[in-house]
Write a protein that binds this ligand. Structure first.
Ligand code: PMP
Length: 389
């Protein structure tokens, strides 16, 4: 059997061959395997040099200073560090955080934990289009609000939030802004200085880098203070201890560099794949684009199929590797909390699938996907099934 066509780039991406090569040079005795914290010999110096080069590559990709990058194990850890670290670093109580109902679980659950420990948390609902408006956030503001956490783009719908407007608002009010950019890093232009971001979570495996490495951008400013959540040898200026995984970091740096070199062309190419995909299925009976009226990432398309159960449809699309909702939530049989927060019924949320495209997706893959969907739709569509019986 041929391997299914991979259309789940929002869950993770394959490592780019140039990234894999750079990583492989950091593993064995004849490579740069040293511990970047070994200050007394060549192997340590070499590893440190590579780690710092990668820090610059990532910083360049987001308009930051390399000293503002803290390596972590992924965006989950970055989100935890940003949220818990900000609260722990402040003595005042009670503190208030604003976030949205459609954040990744690593933000929602970290906020839930803080909520159990006396922090007040407001969860703002998205609009029916899937974006979270500045007006809705501003309505939740309190005198003790110290942090607003909002994702740049949603991982299920691809809907992009207006971070520029929120950044201006937060800076003006003296409130810290944390942005989860796991889905947007290297996919759309992202400049932390221009957007007035204080803290930003990133992950390599959404960007053709390896799993298990991420970073948190921490703006160098006295107002941006973080307490470490992992204690130990004091690596990363005390913000995140643990021996630096040189190969992972080198891979992340290379991935960021590769993405930054052709971000506009790649965005245009993937956008045309999205158009091709939607053109192929939009006129099918009962098919809807979730979040389609908002500004969206080119690579994510979330589609609802009236009256067709997503799991059943998924089974009929065995030639495609796709998902119902996000990979993180697909272990549970719960309907997508993102789609229900947008005002959809649980049933409709169960009838929706996410297709996501990326660097190795070709026009022929989209043709095959469209053909498979049309075929499955014809077999499963309630009206057509009814007409046949
Ligand atoms: N935030 C968002 C928006 C994500 O899509 C993901 C990955 N699904 C994460 C955070 C978590 O990233 P990681 O897998 O690096 O922990």
């Amino acid at each position: 059997m041929n391997s299914p066509i991979y259309l789940d780039y929002a869950a993770t991406t394959p490592v780019d061959p140039a990234v894999a090569l750079a990583m492989s040079e950091c593993l064995t005795l004849d490579g740069s395997f040293g511990n970047a914290a070994s200050r007394s010999h060549f192997y340590g110096w070499k590893a440190e040099e590579l780690v710092e080069a990668a820090r610059s590559q990532l910083a360049n990709c987001i308009g930051a200073d390399p000293r503002e990058i803290v390596w972590t194990s992924g965006a989950t850890e970055s989100n935890n560090l940003a949220l818990k670290g900000t609260i722990d670093a402040r003595a005042e109580r009670p503190l208030h955080i604003i976030t949205s109902q459609i954040e990744h679980k690593s933000v929602l659950d970290a906020c839930g934990y803080l909520g159990e420990h006396g922090v007040e948390v407001s969860y703002v609902a998205p609009s029916v289009n899937g974006d979270v408006s500045l007006a809705a956030i501003a309505a939740e503001l309190r005198a003790n609000t110290c942090l607003i956490s909002l994702m740049h783009a949603n991982n299920e719908t691809g809907v992009i939030n207006d971070i520029a407007a929120l950044g201006e608002f937060c800076r003006d009010k003296g409130i810290l802004l944390h942005v989860d950019a796991a889905q947007t890093l290297g996919k759309i232009a992202l400049n932390v200085a221009e957007l007035n971001i204080d803290l930003m979570s990133m992950s390599a495996h959404k960007l053709y880098g390896p799993k298990g490495i991420g970073a948190l951008y921490v703006r160098r400013h006295p107002d941006v203070r973080l307490s470490a959540q992992i204690h130990g040898g004091g690596h990363e200026r005390g913000m995140r201890s643990g021996t630096l995984p040189t190969h992972q970091i080198v891979g992340f740096g290379k991935a960021a560099e590769v993405a930054a070199t052709n971000i506009d062309e790649e965005k245009a190419r993937i956008f045309s794949l999205r158009e091709q995909f939607w053109r192929g299925i939009y006129e099918l009976d009962g098919v809807h684009l979730n979040g389609g009226k908002a500004l969206c990432l080119p690579g994510i398309v979330n589609v609802g199929f009236d009256g067709i159960d997503g799991e059943t449809l998924l089974m009929s699309l065995r030639g495609l590797a796709i998902s119902t909702g996000s990979a993180c939530a697909s272990a549970t049989m719960e309907p997508s909390y993102v789609l229900t927060a947008m005002g959809n019924s649980s049933e409709y949320a169960h009838n929706s699938l996410r297709f996501s495209f990326g660097r190795f997706t070709q026009a022929e893959d989209i043709d095959t996907a469209v053909e498979s969907i049309r075929h499955a739709h014809a077999a499963l569509s309630p009206k057509l099934v009814q007409a046949r019986t």
